[in-house]
Design a protein around this ligand. Structure first.
Ligand SMILES: [Zn+2]
Ligand SMILES: [Zn+2]
Length: 153
């Protein structure tokens, strides 16, 4: 077991590598990849729902969720390490029993809304973002140039 847990508490990316953002104006959640969001070619990030630019897309609840997700990840990590020790120490002098898997902190309320997002390709910028399926149907502003796209793949 490594005695060091390296973890950067930043906004965690999801399984597809997207980070969660929230529009200050309309409260819509959407996701983008860090490489697109930090790209020099992208001057502003536009909300896919209202098309406005927010000063700050990382809001309190996003941070709070990030912290909870990080905490849960750490809990799992520790649990898995203990589980490994348990397996390796069956013949040793020390008997070691791992308890139940730790209960995760509830990552709601926003998590359910986040998981329903779909990856969309914005043809104008050839970049992707994750948005709600409803937005995809009604048309969404490209987060990278602010142009409204109606046919999104
Ligand atoms: Zn908005
Ligand atoms: Zn665009």
């Amino acid at each position: 077991m490594s005695d060091e847990i390296n973890m950067t508490i930043s906004i965690p990316t999801d399984a597809d590598g997207y980070v969660l953002l929230r529009c200050e104006h309309c409260g819509t959640y959407f996701k983008g990849t860090p490489s697109d969001l930090k790209d020099d070619g992208v001057l502003h990030i536009f909300c896919p729902s209202c098309g406005l630019i927010s000063e700050n897309y990382v809001t309190e609840d996003v941070l709070e969720l990030a912290m909870k997700m990080a905490k849960n990840a750490v809990k799992d990590m520790i649990y898995n390490e203990f589980k490994k020790m348990e397996r390796h120490s069956t013949r040793g002098i020390i008997t070691f029993k791992t308890g139940k898997r730790p209960k995760h902190e509830n990552e709601d309320p926003i998590r359910s809304g986040i998981e329903a997002m779909e990856i969309c390709k914005f043809p104008c910028c050839k970049r992707t973002a994750k948005i709600k399926p409803l937005l995809k149907m009604t048309g969404a502003y490209c987060p990278f140039c602010g142009v409204k796209n109606y046919e999104i793949e």
